[in-house]
Write a protein that binds this ligand. Sequence first.
Ligand code: ADP
Ligand code: MG
Length: 549
Amino acid sequence: MARHEFQTEVHRLLDIIIHSLYSHREIFLRELVSNASDALDKLRFLVLTDEAYKGVPFAPRIDIRFDEEGRSYLQVEDTGIGMNEQDLIENLGTIAKSGTNEFLSRLTGDAKKDATLIGQFGVGFYSAFMVADRVEVLTRKAGEEKAFLWVSDGKGEYEILPAERAGHGTTVKLYLNEQGKEFASRWRIEEIVRRYSNHIQFPIYLHYTEEKEGTRTEVEKQLNAAVALWRRPKGEISEQEYKDFYKTLTHDEEDPLFWLHFKAEGTLEYTVLLYVPSSAPFDMFSPHYRAGVKLYVKRVFITEDDRELLPTYLRFVRGVIDSEDLPLNVSREMLQEHRILATIRNAAVKRFLQECTRIAEEDPATYERFIREYNKPLKEGLYLDHQHRDVLIELVRFKSTKVEGYTSLAAYKERMKPDQKAIYYITGGDEKLLRSAPILEAYRARDIEVLIMDDEIDELLAPVIGSYQGVPLKAVHTRDAAEELGESEEEKRRREEKKDVLEKMKAVLKERVKDVVASSRLSDVPAAAVLDERDLSPQMQAILKAMGQ
Ligand code: ADP
Ligand code: MG
């Protein structure tokens, strides 16, 4: 039938996968099994909710077969939703996912870093071409009569041919290349499936033959437990199982930083299992970020890209929310306004922030790693989520003139001088410049701590915080802050001396400045421009200018 060309992005992706993932070839199996599991999830959902699929039998299973003798092929078969011709063109010839370009532009060429990125992204199907020089996909969509065979050598083109298949589902057959031969092995397959796919909810069977009393017999062995881990009692799940499940869920190669698992059994019944990745997701600051929490209803997978499951600022969190009370056929539009979901979401956020608080207190090393990755989104939360303000304000951290790393506002307050009236801060884009700002000299001379606010969001955040436990936050640039600082005898004498010079400068600068005053706050540099309290800071002026104001 028809020959097709891969989309340009697919070309690039294929190229990158084949050339940078050679040390992680085994992930192809994880990706194929994960696709099979997704296909089963999709079918189960339709069978339960869509009249049109009522008569379709659902007998979920994933079967792995391989050529024991010649090591020529390996195949992964599922009884899932399957694909028709159009699905094949859309799913296996293009990359529809938003954020793909972003992902491609992030790749560094450093195999190790790229492998983590690719792990997070889940490049999926195309990774088959790392171990195969020809891939065949025999598939038939549930509820449809026609089957199709998709064939490609991964070199730019693919073909789709009419075919025969007994039932619905998909068989992906890899014709192994030299590097792929090692995977046509019972032990290798078992090991990889255990490592990456142990927590897949559907049974995965491996087929091989065994020598028994002189005769070869066919064996079908189930490799995984096939239960939803989050439904098991907390006390029975080991650390390793939690970590493995995280990896199955996210395709991340690193262990999670920490996790939170709880069950609610009141008027509403639901289970929440949330993870924090060790490294921030690469698309955390992209508008196309992928939401990372999957919604299940009674163990049936509903959706994973719903951004309403957690507030935007917690977009780095991964995990599962499973509800007993939501209707299975809840639509996406309905989800956003669903009262039950709103309740679950609130509880999940509250418990998650509580857990962060606990870690901040009990495990400072972990909390520091957490802050290095997620301080910015937490600050967004403080800016946007008024409901959880009191917790978030204790969780965010700032750099400061007095501590290495980060400080909390609480710790700053502890260190304040007895007569100190405010929490002082300086904002700007460059930490080094801020730290050497002339205006800080007077603070240094008086041993007063100043927060170094160098995140973009700080500029907006500081006024929103306003005050912490009754102590106002004040920018060092304001005259108000300067007045509070006061003047020593020596500083006063020096100021008097300068009076004449000041008059002259004022005459020269005229309306370009509001005033020229002597400052007691500088010791190493001759002059500094300062702001009136009501003036916008230079950064804010720049932002407004950029917006055409
Ligand atoms: P992802 O799984 O992240 O969407 P993949 O590259 O792994 O990306 O797969 C691309 C798409 O191909 C899937 O979204 C799915 O629509 C389709 N697909 C892949 N494998 C199967 C399968 N076994 N059954 C049905 N559809 C599949
Ligand atoms: Mg996939």
